[in-house]
Write a protein that binds this ligand. Structure first.
Ligand code: IMP
Length: 191
């Protein structure tokens, strides 16, 4: 029997569900931001698939800009946010829309919003696919939200654990025991 290529993590949101929700969000964004289209800024790497979907569903082939903010090591937020790509985007006078995969403590989005407003953006709104409100350390407004989730570490659809599982089409819940059992099964099958 062919082995599945990923551990059988529990699926939280299927790819279809994500697609449908992104389509609804794009409609909301279009209505709320017309007549001036927003400047799309994806928080990479994680938000790329979500950002591409929104870009596809929004009218007008809007260009996509990218920003990278680092605060995570493994499953833990370090607390300090550093912008390593996109800090100098030309946001002055623009209506920025930050596209994020997941808002957890809120530190990343709060830091990015403060940074871009400080650089003269007229507004800086947020569209996030997921939010874990119970983990919030910094209060942040999310103008366009896909789904609220409980305090679980999730993977797939762009979200990773040290570079792993980003390419999963669904959003799944990470469980170390499920991963361990899967890896030992794969190892014993190959000996
Ligand atoms: P925050 O600054 O704590 O809100 O963290 C935001 C960033 O942490 C996200 O852009 C993700 O890269 C990462 N992150 C937070 N929770 C998760 C998760 O459950 N899975 C994968 N990445 C996560």
């Amino acid at each position: 029997m062919k082995q599945p290529s990923f551990p059988p993590f529990r699926v939280l949101f299927s790819n279809d569900t994500i697609l449908r929700r992104a389509q609804e969000l794009a409609r909301q964004i279009h209505v709320a931001t017309a007549p001036e289209p927003p400047m799309l800024v994806a928080v990479i790497e994680g938000a790329r698939p979500f950002a591409r979907l929104l870009q596809k569903f929004l009218p007008g082939s809007l260009p996509m800009h990218e920003v990278r903010a680092q605060s995570y090591a493994g499953q833990h937020s370090s607390g300090k946010v550093t912008i390593t790509i996109g800090a100098d985007l030309p946001v002055h006078g623009r209506h920025v829309l930050l596209l994020e995969d997941i808002v957890d403590t809120g530190r990343t989005i709060a830091a990015l919003r403060e940074h871009f407003l400080g650089k003269g953006a007229q507004t800086c709104r947020v569209a996030s696919l997921l939010s874990k409100p119970s983990r919030r350390v910094v209060p942040v407004g999310i103008e366009f939200l896909g789904f609220e989730i409980p305090d679980e570490f999730v993977l797939g659809f762009g979200m990773d654990l040290d570079g792993r599982y980003r390419e999963l089409p669904d959003i799944v819940v990470y469980e170390s025991e499920v991963e361990r059992a899967f890896l030992s099964k794969v190892a014993s099958a190959s000996t």
